[in-house]
Design a protein around this ligand. Structure first.
Ligand SMILES: Cc1cc2nc3c(=O)[nH]c(=O)nc-3n(C[C@H](O)[C@H](O)[C@H](O)COP(=O)(O)O)c2cc1C
Length: 495
């Protein structure tokens, strides 16, 4: 089974095929869109800012019913009344979703609770300082949002200047957000060191999004370079929050001062009134004066020329990015920070001829070994991602999720060493994935998985004594121990 050229460690971590993430757009990214993106191989966030816990539960159940895959929920503490935020977060933790993304003011407390619940904590940030703070607080994935982004815009910095700064200090995967609606731009972000992209506007203009047709059509009609960065849409949000929208009568100043105390109703969603200058954007469930609502759209709006299915949009972006990444170019990737515990020096194996004579593995042997294990671990990460979801809410879920995170971690470690040895990483996923998933009975599959884990242990036992580089030796030893622990944990489920 060949994995797409785009498949990388953030995919292993999230349990998806492409490093293309649907941004958790409030109101717009509902179960239909999240399911469509997920089924097409991306990873989706439900945009649940200020939604009731009941809706969150229903939407989570709807995605699970449609996809059987992992996905996330996006929340915004700063824009949500504290009791409601507490109830929203509790609903996500109880449902044990795959990931929770937070945005705007960093809530260390919420982040810790997400992590403690074994859920991936994702933070969208708008500056290098914010990225550093989020990482310090325990964020496991960062989304670097450039000022080109649609919707609420956290920082003031252009994505292409922000991204390298965030990447340079990141020890966790980084997704780029803003300005990305096609594969060439995704490839550009990946060449600059991003692990993938979090995309909003391009998925808003799809058949499955919950945006009103009026909004989708306005995106399609938008001319390049016409979006507006404004703080006029502020009702419901902390004062001074900027958004990027398509131009309309509000941004043209036709409704007067947005900061007066007068409140003018311009629409309805059921019993709820939509006010002029509020942050509500037109949704399928609304009626009213859509032209005067917040027509969120990123700078890439001008490149979107049709409303297509989310699957088609994702596949087009992925295919373009794969093609663009295949083109030879000077390597412009930003350097990743090397964790303090690791040696930053190049691997001493690389060009020394006496390794074989000394009984150490040669560079070629190591590369073959690293790639063999990478394919196996990738298969393991995918199997365990599926088994986490299938486990429902039982004990197996926690174990499978932990094993999945470990498998993803080892994929990243193996890739790191392949890169350091200046080798070519295999794009394949081991046949183990298909063999394992062909076993219908959960316990039998778990036993098969454990046999696969045992194979990895044997391989590591054979190779580790032949590894001359201390840092690589330490990584292999840790990987071996972690596999032994995971085998024991899975065995407990089987007894
Ligand atoms: C309609 C819309 C609603 C959004 N709502 C949210 C939200 O609720 N939470 C959030 O973290 N980001 C939200 N964003 C911002 C996205 O996370 C992301 O930064 C942005 O969409 C990236 O730029 P792009 O739209 O050009 O792809 C929203 C964006 C749009 C377009």
């Amino acid at each position: 089974m060949t994995t797409t050229r785009l498949h990388n460690s953030v995919c292993d971590l999230l349990g998806c095929e492409y490093p293309i993430v649907l941004a958790g757009m409030g109101g717009v990214a509902r179960s239909e869109l999240v399911s469509a993106v997920t089924l097409a191989g991306g990873f989706g966030f439900l945009g649940m800012v200020r939604e009731s816990p009941q809706l969150i539960e229903e939407e989570i159940a709807a995605v699970r019913g449609r996809t059987g895959r992992e996905f996330g929920v996006s929340l915004i503490p700063a824009a949500t009344e504290p009791d409601l935020f507490e109830a929203e977060l509790a609903a996500c933790l109880k449902a044990r979703v795959g990931a929770v993304a937070l945005f705007w003011d960093l809530s260390e407390k919420a982040l810790k609770r997400i992590r403690d619940a074994g859920i991936l904590a994702v933070c969208q940030v708008g500056s290098a300082a914010e990225a550093e703070a989020a990482q310090k607080a325990g964020a496991q994935i960062l989304i670097a949002q450039g000022v080109q982004a649609g919707g609420h815009v956290r920082g003031r910095e252009d994505l292409w200047s922000l991204l390298p700064k965030v990447v340079a200090n990141a020890h966790v995967p980084v997704l780029a957000a803003g300005a990305i609606a096609d594969g060439r731009t995704l490839a550009k972000a990946m060449r600059m060191g991003a692990d993938g992209a979090s995309i909003g506007t391009a998925f808003l203009a799809t058949k499955e999004s919950f945006a009103h047709d009026y909004h989708k059509q306005r995106i399609v009609e938008a001319k390049p370079g016409t979006t507006v960065h404004t703080d006029a849409f502020h009702v419901n949000w902390p004062r001074g929050a900027f958004v990027r929208v398509l131009p309309n009568s509000v941004t043209a100043g036709k409704h007067g001062d947005p900061y007066t105390d007068d409140r003018k109703p311009i629409g309805k969603e059921g019993e709820r009134t939509i006010w002029l200058f509020s942050t509500d954007s037109p949704l399928r469930s609304m009626t009213g004066d859509f032209e005067a609502m917040a027509l969120y759209g990123g700078e890439a709006s001008g490149e979107i020329t049709a409303i297509v299915s989310a699957g088609e949009r994702l596949r087009t972006i992925a295919a373009e990015a794969e093609a663009a990444l295949s083109e030879p170019q000077a390597d412009t990737r930003a350097g990743r920070a090397v964790p303090e515990t690791e040696s930053a020096s190049p691997v001493c194996y690389a060009r020394e001829g006496d390794d074989a004579y000394m009984g150490y593995a040669t560079r070629e042997e190591l590369l073959a070994f690293l790639n063999e294990l990478l394919e196996a671990e990738r298969a393991g990460a995918r199997v365990t991602a599926r088994m986490t979801v299938e486990a429902g809410n039982g004990d197996a879920r926690t174990v499978m999720r932990d094993v999945q995170r470990d498998e993803a971690r080892w994929c990243a470690m193996l890739l790191k060493w392949i890169n350091r040895l200046e080798g070519e990483a295999s794009p394949r996923t081991g046949a183990f994935y298909e063999k394992c998933m062909a076993i219908a009975d959960y316990s039998e599959r778990l036993a098969f998985l454990n046999r696969g884990q045992g194979w990895v242990v044997r391989k590591l036992r054979e190779m580790t004594p032949k590894v001359r580089d201390d840092a690589m030796h330490a990584d292999f030893t840790e990987m071996l121990k972690s596999h032994e622990t995971n085998i024991a944990r899975a065995n407990q489920l089987l007894t």
